[in-house]
Design a protein around this ligand. Structure first.
Ligand SMILES: Cc1cc2nc3c(=O)[nH]c(=O)nc-3n(C[C@H](O)[C@H](O)[C@H](O)COP(=O)(O)OP(=O)(O)OC[C@H]3O[C@@H](n4cnc5c(N)ncnc54)[C@H](O)[C@@H]3O)c2cc1C
Length: 478
């Protein structure tokens, strides 16, 4: 990027960011503005982000103008709608906030929905209420459909319908040279393959069309016991999931609620163990499958009921407001007695675990299959995914939580395949925890097609060599 540019002798100087401001209509936040720090914050607020500037794009023209400006000034660009997946690699990068790219079109006949890049998962879910159809929604309504889906999309309904990324029908994006492109199975198929898993490395997505799937009735919610029941609940979870039909998805959880006044008194500051349930079917079918859990004594909460699609977020009831977080995730080949014992020792009764959630998601079913014309993400052969999160409310908690996350890794060391789902990689983790070398090499070739100057950066580590190709020094401050 060039340094400040004299306008006319004796007058103020113009910077490249002044040039950007002239080219776009959205709000630009630059260092020194009161709004810069709040605009730069990721949803995971403890991930430090120091972008060159933050642009709240107003429309597609703003995206095109911003990418072309970045090419002209040798700056890198990223789209980060909310920052649930932030990983702190934004030094000197122009950060695009895409929330204004709205719009939801549902075609019940064709079973598709087209969403703007700013549409949140909860907003699409609400738009599908009453249609008897669902998209491949995850646990939290706050991430965008685009952000969650392009790097996998691990849904409550994935055991029945597969990865969210394999349900993408078409994508409209602005590539790394500022060109508008439409991707589908027949239009730019190699790039279409790459985006469906490789995510935000190939351009800034404006709109995305996804397939919808039958969900006439969803029965779901949580069963919760005191944490003293953890071993028994986790063992029952293992036994039930070993023979569960693809219509049933269960997640095991050990949860510690914070001691905050807004948490209801019976839960405040206490630890529990729970099973979260999403069943594509009736109450009667679900209850039959869940009978072994009904035999576990001490149930303190039962929120099972029919769940309208617009209320999917109530199943896990995860926080939607920005918060600090440290996480660890590993894919598991099995959930044997040794692993159950080890996890119970780290997060169960008397452990004093500072983690908010230790979760084991049941995968299997359609996650293990590769549909015709699948994208780059790839099937998930492992039957379980472990996900643990701690909330460092004060900085002193960071080393404490990191130590216990290390113990969680050790607890599953004998059962993990060594892989981690792409959507759950932590900041700075090695991309080879998900990608194999051949897929990364092919993604690298797709990157050359879409973004030869490497103007676009994703905050998921995907490519073999994501360094800028230009030799000019790092962008100077504007
Ligand atoms: C508590 C918790 C629960 C979660 N549950 C699930 C779950 O159930 N299933 C699941 O699959 N994942 C889950 N995740 C992971 C989450 O889906 C990913 O982190 C996802 O990327 C977040 O989406 P976002 O909209 O917040 O994206 P951001 O974090 O804002 O962006 C993520 C990246 O996506 C890319 N991107 C986003 N928008 C665009 C665009 N318009 N154009 C190009 N690239 C773009 C960019 O590379 C960006 O850096 C969970 C995460 C947390 C913390």
């Amino acid at each position: 990027m060039t340094d400040t540019v004299p306008a006319e002798a004796g007058t103020r100087t113009h910077t490249p960011l002044d040039d950007l401001r002239r080219r776009v209509s959205g709000r630009l936040h630059v260092p020194g503005d009161d709004s810069y720090v709040p605009a730069s914050l990721a949803w995971v607020v403890n991930v430090p982000q120091h972008p060159l500037a933050v642009l709240e794009v107003r429309d597609a023209d703003d995206v095109i103008a911003a990418v072309r400006w970045a090419v002209d000034h040798d700056v890198r660009v990223t789209a980060q709608p909310t920052g649930h997946g932030a990983n702190g690699t934004l030094e000197g990068v122009l950060l695009l906030r895409t929330r204004a790219l709205g719009g939801i079109e549902v075609d019940v006949q064709r079973r598709t929905a087209t969403v703007g890049a700013g549409v949140k998962a909860g907003e699409l879910a609400a738009a599908l209420d009453g249609t008897g159809l669902t998209f491949l929604a995850g646990s939290n309504p706050d991430p965008t459909v685009v952000g969650m889906t392009i790097t996998g999309g691990i849904s409550w309904f994935g055991r029945a319908y597969g990865l969210g990324s394999d349900s993408i029908v078409s994508v409209e994006l602005v590539d790394g040279l500022g060109r508008l492109r439409r991707l589908s199975a027949t239009e730019d198929p190699e790039l279409f393959w790459a985006v469906r898993g490789g995510g935000g490395d190939f351009g800034v997505i404006l709109r995305m069309e996804v397939a919808l799937h039958p969900a006439a009735t969803i029965h779901g919610g949580q069963l919760m016991w005191p944490v003293e029941r953890m071993r028994e609940v986790l063992t029952t979870f293992r036994d039930v999931t070993e023979s569960a039909p693809d219509a049933l998805t269960l997640w095991f959880q050990a949860i510690t609620f914070p001691p905050f006044p807004e948490v209801p008194e019976p839960l405040r500051g206490r630890s529990f163990t729970s099973v979260a349930v999403a069943h594509l079917g009736t109450r009667e079918e679900a209850e039959q499958l869940l009978a072994p859990f009904r035999a576990v004594d001490g149930l303190v909460m039962d929120t099972l009921g029919d769940v309208p699609i617009g209320q999917l977020g109530t199943i896990a009831n995860e926080p939607t407001d920005p918060m600090p977080g440290l996480q660890r995730s590993r894919l598991l080949d099995r959930l044997d007695d040794t692993t159950i014992e080890a996890l119970t020792a780290v997060a169960g009764p008397g452990s004093g675990s500072p983690l908010s959630v230790v979760q084991v998601r049941h995968l299997g079913g359609a996650f293990t299959r590769t549909p015709e014309g699948a994208g780059s993400h790839g099937a998930v052969r492992e039957p379980y995914s472990l996900f643990a999160v701690g909330v460092p409310a004060v900085p002193e908690l960071v080393p404490v939580i990191q130590t216990v996350l290390g113990r969680i890794s050790a607890a599953v060391a004998g059962a993990t395949s060594g892989r981690t789902l792409l959507n759950f990689l932590e900041a700075g983790e090695d991309p080879s925890l998900w990608w194999d070398a051949a897929t990364r090499a092919r993604l690298g070739r797709a990157k050359e097609l879409a973004d030869p100057l490497r103007t676009i950066v994703s905050n998921r580590p995907t490519l073999v060599d994501d360094r800028p190709v230009r030799t000019t020094p790092s962008p100077v401050r504007c």
